[in-house]
Design a protein around this ligand. Structure first.
Ligand SMILES: Nc1ncnc2c1ncn2[C@@H]1O[C@H](COP(=O)(O)OP(=O)(O)O)[C@@H](O)[C@H]1O
Ligand SMILES: [Mg+2]
Length: 351
């Protein structure tokens, strides 16, 4: 059991800032996901927690102990990486047992501990095989089994599903979620995949260019993105964002006009709304513009317009059809809209 605290943690190489003032408390047993595009500092943050990378400035605490100068092997953590890092000459059983030997855990306990990890990762039928005789998903489960075998205080996972195909990623994701809830081990999980983050996390930390953009539950960051970056990173499709002007509670841009927004705000704003919150309608409406494309998604049809230079999409029922170029109207009431300051990108109000 461990709480984890990162106090104003910075990582610099020369003048390059990899992680910029990362400040966060992670609760005991929490499943925390670091989410952001490639190069935003996720792995560096995780490697500092593991002790594989020095902290330039700031403190990392496990419970109340500062661990900045503690050796990685003394931190009682387990890590799982994208590359499974298995020993090719050892069987599944011996791979999972390895940490117990390294940590000099009494031999008579090994079999019970290994077999418990084998059961939890559903590898009973493969314990005598070598890694080369396993599928990618099975190999990743061996890596997971090896990480959980000695019940560490903290579990660190860096893009563990990236090498798996789409279907296997979904089932392994569910298995990780299930394992973590059974084991109740504080977990920090790194991914660039927003769906993985949304489905696994108790809380998500969205990062960009070394900086925390927002911390919140998946629902928080989906429903109330703190800025344009988060709005454009979360959701599939991401939130629609249109730049325009706001005056006397009316937002206007080419092809779209929304009334009833906050009166106190004016100037250059970016209006945001989600594809599933707006609706195709027959009569006059906030959007009235020629259709740019229509995509059949199976469970829905997606209609896209080009408004003020931005592509804007709405999901509608699966039987809906429209011709490209035909004018289609859509209701985008103020109540579903998000407003961002165009210059700073920061959220200003929820209409
Ligand atoms: N040893 C290093 N020296 C200099 N720059 C590095 C080093 N390691 C990582 N970086 C840089 O720090 C940034 C963050 O890297 P990383 O944490 O690996 O990103 P992520 O895991 O989010 O993709 C990147 O721009 C990367 O090039
Ligand atoms: Mg990385």
């Amino acid at each position: 059991m461990a709480r984890l605290r990162l106090k104003n943690v910075n990582k610099r190489w020369g003048s390059f800032v990899g992680v910029d003032n990362f400040d966060l408390d992670i609760a005991d047993q929490e499943f925390l996901v670091l989410l952001g595009p490639s190069g935003c500092g996720k792995s560096t943050t995780m490697r500092m927690i593991a002790g594989l990378e020095d902290v330039t400035e700031g403190e990392i605490l496990f419970d109340d102990t500062v661990v900045n100068d503690m050796d990685p092997k003394d931190r009682d953590i387990s890590m799982v990486f994208q590359s499974y890092g298995l020993y090719p000459n050892l069987s599944v059983y011996e791979n999972i047992r390895f940490p117990l030997r390294v940590r000099k855990i009494p031999k008579e306990k090994h079999d019970e501990m290994v077999m418990e990890a084998v059961r939890m990762t559903e590898l009973e039928d493969y314990i005598h095989r070598r890694p080369a005789e396993l599928s990618g998903g099975q190999r990743q489960r061996v890596a997971l089994g090896r990480a959980i075998v000695r019940r560490p205080n903290i579990f660190l996972m860096d893009e563990p599903l990236s090498n798996l195909d789409a279907k296997l990623r979904v089932s392994t994701r569910a298995q990780i979620k299930n394992l973590q809830s059974k084991l109740k081990i504080t977990t920090v999980y790194v991914t660039h995949d927003q769906i993985e983050a949304m489905t696994l996390a108790d809380r998500v930390v969205v990062m960009n260019a070394g900086k925390i953009q927002q911390v919140g539950t998946p629902t928080d960051i989906y429903d109330n993105p703190a800025n344009v970056f988060v709005a454009s990173f979360i959701g599939s499709p991401a939130m629609n964002l249109v730049q325009g002007t706001l005056e006397n509670g009316v937002f206007e841009a080419e092809g779209i006009r929304v009334e009833g927004l906050p009166l106190a705000v004016s100037g250059n704003v970016t209006l945001g709304f989600r594809a599933e919150d707006a609706e195709i309608v027959e009569g006059p409406a906030q959007i009235s513009s020629p259709v740019y494309s229509i995509e059949l998604l199976g469970e829905a049809s997606m209609i896209t317009w080009r408004l003020a230079g931005s592509l804007v999409s709405i999901k509608t029922h699966k039987e809906y059809r429209a011709d490209i170029g035909a004018v289609v109207n859509a209701a985008v009431p103020a109540s579903i809209c998000h407003l961002f300051d165009t210059a700073s990108g920061e959220r200003i109000a929820h209409g």
